[in-house]
Design a protein around this ligand. Structure first.
Ligand code: GRF
Length: 215
């Protein structure tokens, strides 16, 4: 059984998607610990309601990034997770931390990386005129929203979309691909080779998402 630590900063809907997936006995992972860097984040209550220990490590109370990460590292070492899942965790992690946990930390991002890294993603997608957006799960590297890509899902951008409608459409796919990435990793099917991901027995979908749809 693969043990997960889930790091959050906010509402925790992606964390919830992992908790829900883990509730199925056939799912090869369990959530051992939730850590929030934001006191009062809604996700903390959601975790506790599911009976999962949730810890707050408030970054504002530490003297710099290193000190915050030393505490985070200590808490994680205590819990001994096999995989650390960044689920809307809004802190950049330094080189040292990322190297120590290399290929054991994954992140979910609401765009088709490497496009639209960073924040305010849906706003920037809409401004760009892109007709397809989506979401990505990737292994974490020191640079923001960079690292070997494990899985992506694409959705159309609709003509009357606003940040909320596009965000909801992408989020519903996030809730599918995050647990799927965890399952593939837990099944030992995911390898990082030269900064690309190889998945044993990956099912490749047929066809293409076109927007507008063609004949
Ligand atoms: C998600 O869109 C995730 O991709 C991004 O931050 C948001 C977190 O939402 N990194 P939630 O806290 O999981 O609901």
């Amino acid at each position: 059984m693969t043990k997960l630590a889930v790091l959050i900063s906010g509402r925790g809907s992606n964390m919830q998607s992992l908790i829900d997936a883990c509730a199925d006995d056939a799912f090869p992972a369990e959530v051992g610990l939730v850590v929030s860097n934001v006191p009062g984040a809604a996700g903390i209550d959601r975790a506790r309601e599911a009976g999962i220990p949730a810890t707050v490590i408030d970054h504002t109370t530490f003297d710099g990034r290193q000190a915050f990460e030393a505490e985070l590292d200590g808490v994680l070492r205590g819990a001994k997770p096999d995989l650390v899942c960044l689920a809307g965790f809004m802190r950049l992690l330094t080189d040292g931390f990322v190297q120590r946990w290399r290929d054991r930390v994954i992140n979910i991002h609401p765009s088709l990386l490497p496009a639209f890294k960073g924040i305010h993603v849906h706003e920037r997608v809409l401004e760009s005129g892109a007709r397809i957006s989506g979401c990505t799960v990737h292994f974490v590297r020191p640079a923001m929203d960079e690292g070997p890509i494990i899985i992506q899902a694409a959705v159309p951008v609709e003509p009357d979309d606003d940040v909320d409608t596009l965000g909801d459409r992408v989020l519903s796919q996030e809730h599918r691909i995050f647990p799927l990435a965890v399952r593939l990793i837990a099944e030992g099917r995911v390898r990082v080779v030269g900064e690309r991901v190889i998945i044993d027995g990956a099912e490749i979908p047929d066809g293409a998402l076109m927007n507008p749809a063609g004949p």
